[in-house]
Design a binder for this molecule. Structure first.
Ligand code: ZN
Ligand code: ZN
Length: 319
């Protein structure tokens, strides 16, 4: 099969990769669409030292198991379900887990992928395949309200107008009347304006301490510094993006202003699929470009260009 593989010498398309073998509890899924996200670009820069088939946002058709022949999407953490953390209801933090396309498990930028059956979610008929590929990043946005209470009157600033910033802003705007997105790209901010979400360019950002909650979706080392400037004393900063680099900022303001910093990663797939089925979020306007899997290397380059939102990889027979 074809697969986009990250090797010691960078990423390359393999055309004769062996089909994935389903381990115990896994089923094979023929990939219809896969989305490229910031994490993939960070993996290319060395984050986690991953080697193998990239890709963790996907929709496909289950080739066996209870969903055989139906469209599915899948949660990315492959947990052991036997350890203390799994038993405590935190399988996403299982120390023995692998993660699709991120940690010790081949991912979805391939003709097919093996996924634990319990990770799979049926895609409702009313959700088209292009929309369903956003389930994973949309679920990550819905993780925020599972971690902190969001009130109608909360002043929320989302830093970053990219893929994840856009989805987080849409989710939070359904819960608070005061969501402001701060970004660097007028064209991306205009898309949020069109959804009725307030936006500003970074250089016009509000004064120090303006926000109750700041959500950092910048994917850049400077995001946390900006967030610390914008959050009010005793406010909360949510960190949504993983970054390959390291931070060197002073943490004294966190202590002095008693700031809460919340790391936030994967979220509830059911809630994301419900939102897609109910038309509560607009995802398809985020698709900037699509490539056949055979052009996957070019697709990854494209996803890293400025001004680009979501780039999809498509199976040849479903382009
Ligand atoms: Zn992702
Ligand atoms: Zn476990």
């Amino acid at each position: 099969m074809r697969a986009l593989v990250l090797t010691d010498d960078g990423v390359r398309l393999e055309t004769d990769r062996a089909n994935p073998v389903a381990a115990a509890g896994e089923v094979r899924v023929r990939v219809l669409r896969a989305g490229i996200c910031e994490t993939d670009l960070q993996l290319l820069r060395g984050y986690k030292g991953f080697r193998g088939v990239l890709g963790h946002e996907f929709v496909g058709v289950a080739l066996d198991g209870v969903f055989e022949g139906q469209r599915v999407t899948g949660e990315i953490n492959c947990s052991c379900w036997a350890c203390e953390r799994c038993h405590a209801g935190r399988p996403g933090h299982c120390p023995h887990r692998t993660v699709l396309g991120i940690l010790d498990h081949d991912g979805a930028f391939a003709d097919s992928i093996a996924v634990p059956e319990r990770n799979l979610h049926l895609v409702p008929d009313t959700v088209d395949t292009d929309s369903a590929v956003f389930t994973e990043p949309l679920a990550a946005a819905y993780q925020i309200p599972t971690q902190l209470a969001i009130g109608k009157s909360d002043q929320i600033i989302v830093l970053g107008d990219g893929r994840l910033g856009n989805l987080c802003a849409q989710v939070l705007a359904s819960m608070s009347d005061h969501v402001l997105v701060i970004g660097k790209h007028p064209n991306k901010l205009r898309m949020l304006d069109a959804l009725g979400i307030e936006t500003r360019l970074l250089m016009d950002r509000p004064p120090h301490g303006a926000a109750d909650i700041v959500v950092d979706c910048t994917g850049s080392e400077s995001g946390l510094t900006t967030a610390l400037d914008l959050v009010r004393p005793r406010g909360t900063i949510v960190l949504k993006t993983t970054i390959a680099g390291t931070q060197t900022l002073s943490l004294a303001p966190v202590v002095v202003d008693e700031i809460t910093i919340v790391g936030s990663r994967c979220g509830p797939f059911n809630r994301a699929l419900d939102a897609l089925a109910g038309g509560l979020v607009d995802v398809k306007t985020l698709i900037t470009d699509r490539f056949d899997l055979s052009d996957g290397v070019r697709a990854l380059q494209r996803a890293g260009e400025s001004g680009v939102l979501k780039v999809l990889l498509c199976a040849a027979d479903h382009l």
